[in-house]
Design a protein around this ligand. Structure first.
Ligand code: ZN
Length: 288
């Protein structure tokens, strides 16, 4: 609407110059730090939609200019966004907190059936520890999730290890949330199948390759190769710069894992495995 009152002071020419391409964009005000960082497969459309978004009103009032970094694909944009948000902590982004200590639900297959427990801290190496489900910030959060899943799926809290069972069975029998596996009224295998299914889509995947891989994204003849090892993002090689820009991620990062798990596990991305010699090559540093 031409008559609409302008809700920002960003130069229209700057908006005109934004590309219809994948990447990240940074709304900047008068200060040195960005106000807000986002990513899109179409930078220009997304930025223009923010200008019409009433929930962005406060941020837009302070916005003076927009910077952007193009990427050759969506995964590259997501990795860069996560990296920039952690680095600059923009006021109008939801804070991404680094999780120092992680907890997870572990499934243990025993001769009599499947049981669970909660593990955390040094007992988990994400990417290497198998049979773990969900990532939580506290032991309590993990236990609560397991409790909810058990109730929703009529699992026996006693049998899976959440509480002790008396001779008359678990507490859930009285309120009919347990189908009776603890007193032999339900087949253990049938019960365990429900448990396995309930946890299935929370699985924390082990790193499926022997070494690092490169996840390749291409736009026209522009190629970016994102190097990943044990779910850690190690940097990106770019055909435009003809160089590798390292990103030294030492510890597990839940945001990075979430970005990468689907493309890598479900084969939705172009992946090339690196041989150990290549992965061990010293990486040259360069800057944007
Ligand atoms: Zn029971």
């Amino acid at each position: 609407m031409a008559s609409a009152k302008q809700n920002h002071l960003i130069d229209p020419l700057m908006l005109e110059a934004l590309p219809h391409a994948a990447g990240i964009y940074l709304f900047r005000g008068d200060g040195p730090l960005p106000l807000y960082i986002g990513k899109s497969t179409d930078i220009r459309s997304r930025v223009l939609s923010h200008l019409r978004d009433r929930s962005k009103r406060k941020m837009l009032k302070q916005a003076r200019r927009i910077d952007y970094v193009e990427t050759s694909g969506d995964i590259g944009a997501q990795l860069l966004e996560a990296q920039f948000i952690k680095q600059y902590n923009p006021f109008y982004n939801i804070r991404l907190r680094r999780i120092r200590k992680l907890y997870s639900i572990r499934m243990i297959k025993k001769p009599k059936g499947v049981v669970t427990d909660i593990i955390g801290g040094k007992d988990i190496v994400i990417g290497q520890t198998d049979n773990i489900y969900g990532i939580f910030r506290s032991q309590r959060a993990a236990t609560e999730k397991l409790r909810d899943l058990a109730s929703a799926n009529h699992l026996c809290h006693g049998t899976i290890g959440l509480e002790s069972i008396s001779a008359r069975g678990c507490f859930g029998l009285q309120v009919r949330s347990c189908h009776g596996v603890c007193i032999g009224e339900e087949d253990r295998q049938v019960h365990d199948q429900r448990l396995i299914k309930a946890l299935e889509n929370m699985k924390v995947h082990v790193w499926p390759y022997p070494h690092a891989v490169e996840l390749i994204e291409q736009s026209g003849d522009w190629i970016q190769r994102h190097r990943i090892d044990q779910w850690r993002y190690l940097g990106t090689w770019c055909s435009k710069r003809q160089s590798f820009l390292p990103y030294d991620q030492q510890i597990f990062d839940l945001d990075v894992y979430k970005i990468l798990v689907k493309p890598i596990i479900h084969g939705q991305a172009r992946i090339e495995q690196l041989h150990i010699e290549k992965a061990a090559t010293p990486l040259s540093a360069s800057a944007y």
